[in-house]
Design a protein around this ligand. Structure first.
Ligand code: 9G3
Length: 567
């Protein structure tokens, strides 16, 4: 491609309203332009990168047995009414009316559409399993679109849906798709983790997020420094060993803590470590109040509380409810001498507290020398706290480290969540109708491009990996007015294209400085500069990623390029 024929509007200055480097660079290098908040155009170089990302995805989807389709973005409201999501989703679901005043959603996702398509076609277990995918624009009216392509309102997603007669069959496809995702993100050179995601019930391994480690990521993941263990911070189980001090149990005593409320204040006032304090929280669940205890330096994980109490939802009781229940303020409640029937759950760490401190259920008073079992009873000890950096990894290998992550993929075991309400059924081998068991698998394609752009750049511009670079060779004649340089450039351009290299020729009548600055910005892996020594057939080759530059004879150019691209 000749640069005088394409459209690469590079910018000298950093755009003011772009606040992450991938967004800044994609604008500066002329890969994208914003139309309006959260809506972008992909210019020629951006489009070529997008296509390369799609190509990697298509290859791996095919290898995993998923077949490409294309589903409509215009989705009749009736489908979403069948699953109730027409009513449960708010302004994020973009809606419109057609000329007959009929209501539609702009596709935010396609579970309803694909299930309605298959329920009319797939009626027998003999036709299952089936795994279909598409790569298509999605519309979600985000409240705060930001970070360029990372959180847009119209974005490109690969979404796949699989249909099964049995759970085992779903499990098999799920593993194949997880492997395909691992291959995709590995081939794209991303530093990612497959993370156990929030499946609602702790410990469910029925959905995984693929997170690219990045300090601009919105999610926090806990991962092991020496194994593949990784989990969403909400999901990470805690498997820590605690030791109990062998000090003798002292007699329970009350102490004045006149205006100390928080653990830190109480601990400070009484001269003890937070580890020796018992944090007491009152949770309101569907069927009444429960007490949850944790060690003073730990934080309670509400998702784990829900899971252990079996409550559909569990939120903290407010000050009024706490006073009603325990006749004291939130900062002075504790597990000693409780009203009858109040269930007490405690995180494992509480069991190892000796001569601890806890609220006395009297304003401004705390017990000291509190000992589990002697001074209070616990109905159930469980894993109720958030994991912390430095905790042992739950898989027994290594230590937990936190990182920010960008979610680029998400795989789910859906079960019959959609096939049930939509009556998507098949006749099993006994002739009985059963709802499809489904899985769904998403990749944010435009978000992946931004994640790569975030990971691969230096101050000068992009460092595209050859697998997704817009072009692989950038031919830069310094002066197109110079006969020798122009001739050699045209010759090499033709030669490299004949050898099927993806070549961008900078044939613009710009001065050298502009050309080199732009070449750095675009970040094409191999740059071939044609300059003063063109008459001798001497070229300069630069590896954009390492900055390594060397001269070479025109005859050896292909070998040198091949070497650079295959590293
Ligand atoms: C909506 C809107 C936003 C949404 C959804 C629906 C997220 C929605 C979850 C999924 C699950 C999977 C198939 C591909 C992989 C992800 N945000 N989700 O369902 F109407 Cl406005 O999309 N879908």
């Amino acid at each position: 491609m000749r640069q005088t024929q394409t459209f690469i509007p590079t910018l000298r200055e950093v755009p003011a309203d772009a606040d992450v480097k991938s967004h800044q660079m994609l604008l500066r290098a002329g890969f994208i332009r914003q139309n309006t908040s959260g809506v972008y155009s992909f210019l020629p170089l951006g489009k070529r990168v997008l296509q390369k990302v799609e190509e990697v995805i298509r290859e791996e989807m095919q290898a995993a047995g998923s077949v490409e389709v294309s589903l409509p973005a215009l989705q009749q409201a009736e489908l979403w009414q069948e699953t109730g999501r027409w009513y449960s989703y708010g302004p994020e679901l973009m809606r419109l009316k057609d000329r007959h005043d009929r209501e539609f959603a702009l596709g935010a996702t396609h579970e309803e559409v694909i299930t309605s398509l298959l329920r009319d076609e797939i009626k027998s277990y003999k036709k299952l399993p089936l795994n279909l995918y598409q790569i298509q624009s999605k519309f979600r009216d985000e409240k705060r679109p930001r970070f360029g392509l990372l959180r847009g309102r119209e974005f490109l997603m690969k979404d796949a849906y699989s249909f099964h007669a049995t759970k085992e069959s779903l499990d098999e496809t799920y593993e194949k798709m997880r492997q395909a995702y691992t291959n995709i993100f590995t081939r794209l050179g991303l530093n990612f983790r497959a993370v156990i995601a929030d499946s609602g019930a702790i410990g469910g391994k029925d959905n995984h997020e693929f997170m690219v480690l990045s300090d601009i990521g919105e999610d926090t993941i806990a991962y092991s420094d020496s194994s593949q263990y990784a989990a969403n911070i909400e999901m990470a189980e805690v498997d820590a060993a605690y030791e109990r001090s062998d000090e003798a149990l002292k007699p329970l005593r009350k102490a004045d803590t006149p205006d100390q409320k928080t653990i830190r204040e109480v601990a400070g006032h009484l001269g003890v470590e937070p580890e020796r304090c018992i944090k007491t929280l009152v949770f309101k669940t569907g069927d009444g109040f429960v007490l949850v205890l944790a060690r003073g330096d730990h934080d309670i994980n509400e998702i784990k509380v829900k899971h252990v109490t079996g409550a559909k939802n569990a939120e903290l009781a407010d000050a009024e409810e706490v006073r009603q229940l325990l006749s004291a303020g939130i900062g002075s409640v504790g597990p000693v001498k409780l009203p009858q029937g109040l269930k007490v759950y405690a995180d494992h760490a509480v069991r190892y507290i000796v001569n601890g401190v806890a609220g006395a259920n009297e304003d401004g008073r705390h017990y000291i020398n509190v000992n589990p079992d002697r001074d209070f009873s616990v109905d159930e000890y469980a894993d109720l706290r958030f994991i912390r950096e430095g905790d042992p990894s739950p898989d027994g290998n290594g230590t937990i480290v936190f990182a920010k992550g960008i979610e680029v993929g998400h795989v789910f075991k859906l079960g019959t969540t959609y096939s049930e309400p939509m009556d998507g059924t098949f006749l099993n081998d006994q002739g009985r109708a059963e709802p499809y068991i489904m899985g769904c698998y998403g990749i944010g394609v435009s978000r992946v491009m931004a994640a790569v752009a975030e990971q691969f750049q230096d101050d000068g511009g992009f460092l595209w990996p050859p697998a997704i670079a817009p072009y692989t060779v950038h031919l830069v004649p310094v002066n197109m007015k110079d006969e020798a340089q122009r001739e050699l450039a045209e010759e090499l351009y033709k030669l490299l294209k004949d050898y099927r290299y993806e070549v961008l020729l900078d044939d613009r009548p710009e001065r050298a400085g502009v050309k080199f600055a732009d070449a750095d910005l675009l970040g094409i892996p191999v740059r071939v500069t044609i300059g003063k020594r063109a008459p001798e057939g001497i070229l300069e080759v630069k590896n954009r990623r390492t900055g390594e530059t060397f001269e070479c004879q025109r005859e050896e150019l292909q070998d040198r390029i091949q070497q650079l691209l295959s590293r």
